[in-house]
Design a protein around this ligand. Structure first.
Ligand code: SAH
Length: 345
């Protein structure tokens, strides 16, 4: 096993059979060995810094109906909200004051947020915060719209491919959505010049090791600047209510593998990981992650952006909890960084 891990580190890739061995192993020793190597690689490239991104959850209104997601359009029990332009700008002002230099605008796919309105919002943020990165996480659009967002001043875009395999994609999404279109969007985003992020949920229903290997290959081919992955977590008012959550072990294993394959990538230790396990966030950092995304949304709306039940949004997961987060990171030898933290790739 140690030989395999060393080869993965040296060659930044492995044949399928070897990836299968690493992904199927369930022992603590091989996970520890992977994490140790992942930390060393991350330190070589990014030192001990952990970059912070302020997450602003624009709206929980969504026209899509993804089976796993708590804010899917068929969930009638969600109290829906949408931030106004002023509220978004207030979040940015608040976040800037706290030291954030990246704002991530994430949301459901809300018909109010047309391309025109988003362009205006992006321009407003760009004018006020010329030293900040603007990241979008607002789903699938036409190429012209992505081009307009980029021209308006957005720098980065997060769009998880969720799963590469079309059949597995169809297990997770209704028929009007497709794996091919999602991947097509990702290629366009990269071509346009966005620092692009993709990723998956680990342990989503019917996911197999073979699916994960295809995901790993897709990520190798796309070469995204950011890779986001967290465990699948069930939400009670979705078709996947009774499904088990993804495992901490496998999530950490994949994070470490991806760090070894992509030394220059920015990899967040996600909110889902922090929600799954009390030590999830720190375990993610110890598996090679170098980003955290505290929540900057207005407090009264935060509960309503519930992609999965019991989503962490307070304490070290909140923008107001930065000193707590800094202390936690310091306790494992890492340093919270207020820099904008662009990708090395
Ligand atoms: N509408 C945007 C933002 C989606 S929310 C888009 O489609 O890109 C951001 C991510 O949260 C999703 O890409 C998905 O991977 C994750 N997510 C959604 N529901 C989840 C759940 N139940 N468990 C874990 N992660 C979930």
């Amino acid at each position: 096993m140690d030989q395999l891990i060393k080869r993965l580190r040296d060659e930044q890739t492995l044949p399928e059979e070897d990836l299968r061995i690493l992904l199927s192993a369930e022992d603590d020793a091989s996970l520890e060995a992977l994490c140790l190597q992942a930390r060393q690689v991350r330190e070589q490239y990014y030192g001990l810094k952990v970059y912070i991104r302020g997450l602003i959850e624009l709206t929980n209104i969504c026209k899509n109906d993804c089976y796993y997601c708590g804010i899917r359009r068929s969930n009638r029990d969600v109290v829906r909200y949408r931030l106004s332009h002023e509220q978004v700008l207030e979040c940015c002002a608040h976040g800037y004051g706290l030291g954030f230099r990246t704002f991530v605008l994430q949301g459901g796919e809300d018909p109010y947020w047309t391309s025109d309105r988003l362009v205006t919002l992006i321009q407003e943020i760009r004018q006020s915060y010329s030293d900040c990165a603007i990241t979008l996480s607002i789903g699938e659009w036409k190429r012209v719209d992505y081009e307009r967002f980029y021209a308006a001043g957005a720098n980065r875009f997060l769009l998880r491919h969720e799963t590469f395999d079309p059949e597995h994609y169809a297990v997770l999404h209704p028929r009007e959505m497709s794996a091919e279109h999602r991947q097509h969007c990702l290629r366009q985003l990269k071509e346009i010049g966005f620092q692009t992020g993709t990723g998956i949920m680990v342990g989503s229903p019917e996911q197999t090791i073979d699916h994960l290997i295809r995901d790993i290959r897709f990520i190798e081919e796309l070469k995204p600047q950011m890779i986001g992955l967290g465990p699948f977590l069930p939400h009670k008012q979705t078709p996947f209510a009774g499904k088990p959550a993804g495992s901490l072990q496998l999530t950490l294993r994949l994070l470490a593998i991806l760090r070894l394959m992509h030394p220059e990538a920015l990899i967040p230790s996600t909110t889902a990981l922090a929600t799954l396990h009390p030590e999830g966030r720190l375990r993610g950092i110890l598996a090679g992650c170098n980003v955290v995304m505290p929540n900057l949304s207005p407090l009264e709306q935060r509960k309503k952006y519930e992609l999965y039940n019991d989503k962490a949004a307070l304490g070290a997961e909140a923008a107001e909890g930065l000193s707590l987060l800094a202390d936690q990171l310091a306790s494992i030898g890492y340093e919270l960084s207020y820099e904008r933290g662009d990708s090395l790739r």
